[in-house]
Design a protein around this ligand. Sequence first.
Ligand code: MG
Length: 164
Amino acid sequence: MTRTGIGYDVHQLVTGRKLILGGVEIPHDRGLDGHSDADALIHAIADALLGAAGLEDIGFYFPNTDPRWKDQPSRVFLEQIRGLLHRQRAQIVNVDATLICEAPKIKPHIPAMKAAIAAALAVTPAQIGIKATTNETLGFVGRQEGIAAMAVANLEMAGGNISP
Ligand code: MG
């Protein structure tokens, strides 16, 4: 049985932080604010994978009150989720994600993002889709106050069994 999950995340752009998206550091004058490295793309993908497996959301497994996750690279979340999926006998079919980001330009970094995410999930880069679009200067993304990401994931569940 194939199951689909959806994920969405947004983080605020602030000065004094590195910009990390899809596990890749991108040169920019500001970075995303958050407890971990605030990688909105990976967070959206994490929620899509967890949702497809019928599990709790990213905040349940990696709460921003837990000092273990403070300033951690978000690829660690994907590595942990890989283990959760394995226990559910779930195999990743594919992940597709869109970054909504006014600046900087994302496209040159997409191959590195795909490689980083694929490595964390132990799949091939061809199973990871990443696109980027601007918000046409509209709203908080358009004003460069934050960056948003959305993702879907498809899992093949052995036997269709979902255990809590
Ligand atoms: Mg987040």
